[in-house]
Design a protein around this ligand. Sequence first.
Ligand SMILES: [Zn+2]
Length: 250
Amino acid sequence: MSKSVYFDFKKCEAKALAKLNGEFEEQRSQIPLLVGNYLHSYFESEESHDQFLEEHQKEIYKYGNKEKGIKSDFKVADRMINSLANEDSFNKVYQGEKEVIVTGEIEGINWKGKIDCLNLDRGIFLDLKTVADIHGKYWNESQHQYETFAVHGGYILQMAIYQELIKQTFGKVCQPFIIAVSKQDIPDKAIFSIPQSILDSELESLEMNQDHIANVINGEEKPKRCEKCDYCRSTKELKEITSIMDIQIY
Ligand SMILES: [Zn+2]
């Protein structure tokens, strides 16, 4: 199990299973993901960044041609990089081993994760997040409510999983920090800590939910439909008639 698969199932089991089985493809632009990876590779190492530029010439450069310059999305990414790279406190805190793979077993299920920056001596790990707006509100389709970027991206859950996997891999409890940088014209930035009680309760709820999700993946239990997401809408059947007075608004 990985955070992204688990988090997909938490949002909508039917959609997550369809994605896993290759029956449904997300209609989302790949650009935000590439912008994130562009920034991550920069802070990993010079070689990683050069390799990333080499492998994604078509997506990064205008007409896929280096001479024509980079596309506007990646100019934004460069501004995000600069706003962190020119920061003393960021450079002091973002020290450690980069892109560390951690594995472990949580209540009988195998998990895997990748840590952006791990510093075992200091007992901390850091995760870089590129966000539209650090103080923006993000709509949760299945819960029909607004939430912060951190909840919306499942980042608190992710840090709880990583803390447990680091403990199992290296035998040390480390404190997570999320370093967020925004895609606004003038990038915003912030470092966030997470209270241990919140991390503990995230892990507890994961332990309660993961067996059902594993059973759905194995075909032993049926996936639940949220009836609101794009996948559920695309596979909806008109099975019942609703009174016009009972329309639900979200
Ligand atoms: Zn759904």
